[in-house]
Design a protein around this ligand. Structure first.
Ligand SMILES: Cc1cc2nc3c(=O)[nH]c(=O)nc-3n(C[C@H](O)[C@H](O)[C@H](O)COP(=O)(O)OP(=O)(O)OC[C@H]3O[C@@H](n4cnc5c(N)ncnc54)[C@H](O)[C@@H]3O)c2cc1C
Length: 390
């Protein structure tokens, strides 16, 4: 839809593309709903018994699930993450990201608490679907972990689609007033009130391990999850392993969870032989344009004392952007001066979510910048811009 709008008058004509939210949700469910069923069939085929219910430890190697006690030589924890508790009055009025993606219809005014990737992705979607989307972020800079210069460009793109982003607007309370809510932000400068029909929690996620009764099993944890060694084994209870968002290592992302799950499985079967390699984990904010990153940020590379050559620029004038009228795009690629290794890559723009994988591959397999420059890329693809970025 965004593409259609951008190209209108530049080769496309006609009215009327819009988001049909109920149809979109129906389509989405064709991807999400069969998953547990497929999964259970796969488990049954592999000889894995499935128990439904919340599990919690009773001792070092036993769990209770819905009245049944399960004892094993080992236990693997893969309990994922949940929304962080904010400890503010009216917290119970927050809608979770899962609930947002299950809404039968989209209300006219939606406020997002927190300026992380979930808020940005949902706000871009909601704004294009016709809602008034508002992001309230406590700090001066949203999207922590992404390159600040590209975040500034994405902020401009976000505001250009009509999302109202308020920075330095920490949410202090949520009040219910009749059939809508009021989100109250509080700063030294005073309190502001924002009316909304729906308030979405986008203020961070934490490991979902609070109700596992880890203490009974002697399992050490910290704020990032179960504390594990390089083999993803609990440092305090060797019978226990952890993977995914519940483990205190690695980023909370699907491919990381998959990799760690496989490492845990292999270590359980073969003894501690496998380590999870978290290097070069690409990560994407699925906005339009998408923002993607892999490896080090500029500040991290400089703090580490590395001699870095920073290649960066605005790419809105490049053909890749111009031919689809993408007005907000840019890149920053960090190359170590001595070795010519790629240390980090940050992309905003058309197909950034795909091109970032090339940089991830270069970092992981040590492909130096000159080789990326001489590679032959299919033209005219977004990937063919890589040679101008290194
Ligand atoms: C809105 C949103 C968008 C995201 N987008 C992306 C994206 O674009 N790309 C990406 O890579 N990642 C994304 N993520 C992150 C990704 O979903 C997680 O990193 C990934 O699902 C983690 O996998 P996991 O197996 O560790 O946990 P989960 O997939 O969360 O699975 C954990 C399961 O354990 C269950 N469980 C928890 N506690 C217990 C208990 N006590 N007993 C029994 N069962 C329990 C939970 O109900 C859940 O079913 C997104 C997350 C959210 C919320």
């Amino acid at each position: 839809m965004d593409w259609n709008r951008r190209m209108k008058g530049y080769g496309l004509a006609g009215e009327g593309i819009h988001i049909d939210w109920p149809a979109l949700m129906r389509f989405k469910r064709t991807f999400t709903e069969p998953v547990p069923e497929h999964q259970e069939q796969a488990y049954a085929k592999a000889g894995i018994a499935v128990f439904h219910g919340r599990a919690h430890f009773v001792d070092h190697t036993s769990l209770r699930v819905e009245g049944e006690t399960l004892a094993g030589r080992h236990v693997a924890i893969a309990a994922g993450a949940k929304h962080r508790r904010l400890g503010i009055p009216g917290e119970e009025y927050l809608t979770s990201s899962t609930q947002f993606l299950d809404l039968e219809r989209l209300p006219p005014r939606i406020a997002f608490v927190g300026g992380g990737y979930i808020s940005f992705e949902f706000a871009h979607l909601a704004a294009r679907a016709g809602a008034r989307a508002q992001i309230l972020h406590r700090g001066a800079r949203p999207l922590a972990g992404f390159d600040p210069d590209l975040v500034d460009q994405l902020l401009a793109a976000t505001r250009a689609v009509g999302v109202d982003v308020r920075l330095e607007a920490p949410v202090a309370a949520i009040e219910k007033e009749g059939d809508h809510f009021v989100v109250v932000t509080s700063t030294d400068g005073g309190r502001e009130r924002y009316e909304a029909d729906l308030v979405i929690h986008g203020a961070g996620r934490v490991p979902e391990i609070d109700d596992l009764d880890l203490d009974r099993a002697g399992i050490e944890r910290n704020k990032n999850g179960v504390v594990v060694n390089e083999y993803l084994q609990s440092v305090s209870n060797p019978a226990v392993y952890a993977a995914g968002d519940a483990a205190a290592v690695g980023r909370p992302l699907t491919p990381v969870a998959g990799l760690e799950g496989s490492v845990v499985a292999r270590n359980l079967l073969e003894g501690n032989k496998h380590k999870a390699d978290h290097g070069a984990t690409p990560t994407v904010v699925f906005t339009i344009p998408p923002l993607a990153a892999v490896g080090m940020q500029e500040s991290e590379a400089k703090d580490a004392g590395l001699s870095v050559h920073v290649n960066s620029g605005d790419t809105s004038g490049w053909n890749t952007s111009r031919r689809v009228r993408a007005e907000h795009s840019g890149y920053k690629v960090l190359v170590e001066e001595t070795s010519q290794r790629i240390l980090g890559a940050h992309l905003l723009g058309v197909h950034a979510e795909e091109v970032i994988n090339l940089f991830a591959m270069a970092i992981r397999f040590d492909i130096p910048a000159p080789e990326l420059k001489t590679m032959l890329y299919a033209y005219p693809t977004s990937s063919s811009d890589v040679k101008y970025m290194v």
